[in-house]
Design a protein around this ligand. Structure first.
Ligand SMILES: [Zn+2]
Length: 330
């Protein structure tokens, strides 16, 4: 369901738009500028939904015919201008925007055109758009989404309201990523930093297949650890020692698991572990292991790190670490 509440960050832009909708002071043309994945498209769709909503509130109602059509992507008076080539040409703008703009809305109060990647419009396309921008019909609205305002002619810039979407702050991004991608906080922080404050990019890093596999691998090792067979232990040591990057990632995740174990041991069912999906396993392990045992797990990880720094061969060192960790559950 489209809702301004679900947009991560961009609070002042959203307030500005909501106020405009409520007071009828909304402009005919906006430029949403910001990095890829920052939230321009979601904001444009939500704005279109609230403007067309039959209930006329500050949020789309989510129930009226228009809101339902928005959800399914076929609100007839909200038009997404598409392009087949890398450039948005004059024909794209004429046939998908200028000409349809002259026809009154089908059912709603407005006719809204969303041009994604608008920086790809060439000069002829921009000139065609300009004619419509100069004298838009009362019902007409154009939303240009772009990562670069400098691609526009000054005449376009002067006729549209420019709203800049800034990087989303880490403290807003991290909880969002943790919930959406089901990842621990330190990993969400890393993804947020790598993505430069873009929720879309951060989500794609955080939910990447590599990361998911690594998480599943770490969970599987920690789940099995208390009763791990000699054979599996040897195989696990061999596979972890095979890749430094993989080993680093797994060790980080094991440390998070151990912290979770301590948390669950101390707070029981009131705990909210990072590995929230594995809460039952964590509860079961917390009942089996003593506080001394948890300290032992942490000590083994630390010892292993020291050995690595001293360039001890990885495979036997990983094996020994796993063996000692298993003993901590006795
Ligand atoms: Zn509605």
């Amino acid at each position: 369901m489209l809702s301004f509440r679900d947009i991560i960050g961009h609070k002042s832009i959203i307030e500005h738009l909501q106020q405009g909708v409520q007071t009828g002071q909304i402009g005919h043309a906006y430029i949403f500028e910001g990095d890829d994945g920052i939230g321009k498209r979601l904001t444009a769709r939500t704005l279109a939904a609230v403007m067309q909503c039959r209930e006329g509130g500050a949020e789309p109602c989510g129930r009226c015919i228009s809101c339902l059509q928005m959800e399914s992507g076929n609100q007839p008076d909200v038009i997404y201008v598409t392009h087949e080539k890398s450039v948005i040409g004059v024909d794209d703008i004429r046939t998908q925007l200028c000409t349809p703009m002259e026809i009154k809305p089908y059912a709603g109060p407005y006719k809204i055109f969303i041009v994604d990647e608008a920086e790809r419009m060439n000069e002829q396309a921009q000139n065609a758009l300009l004619k419509t921008l100069e004298e838009p019909p009362e019902y007409g609205m154009i939303l240009l989404l772009t990562n670069n305002r400098n691609a526009f002619l000054p005449t376009i810039l002067s006729r549209a309201v420019l709203l800049s979407f800034l990087p989303v702050a880490e403290q807003e991004l991290v909880p969002f990523l943790m919930e959406r991608a089901q990842i621990p906080d330190y990993r969400a922080r890393l993804a947020a930093a790598l993505a430069g404050g873009s929720p879309g990019q951060a989500l794609s890093i955080a939910s990447s297949e590599d990361f998911r596999k690594r998480k599943d691998n770490a969970v599987s090792i920690m789940q099995a650890l208390p009763d791990m067979s000699d054979e599996r232990m040897a195989l696990t040591a061999k596979s972890l020692a095979g890749s430094k990057e993989e080993l680093d990632g797994i060790l980080e995740l094991m440390l998070v698991w151990i912290r979770d174990l301590l948390l669950v041991k101390a707070a029981g069912r009131k705990a909210t572990p990072m590995f929230s999906q594995e809460e039952a396993t964590l509860q079961a392990q917390a009942e089996r292991i003593s506080y001394e045992g948890i300290k032992g797990l942490q000590r083994e990880l630390r010892l292993f790190e020291e050995k690595r720094r001293a360039n001890v061969t990885a495979e036997p060192a990983v094996w020994l670490m796993l063996l000692h960790m298993k003993d901590c559950f006795r």
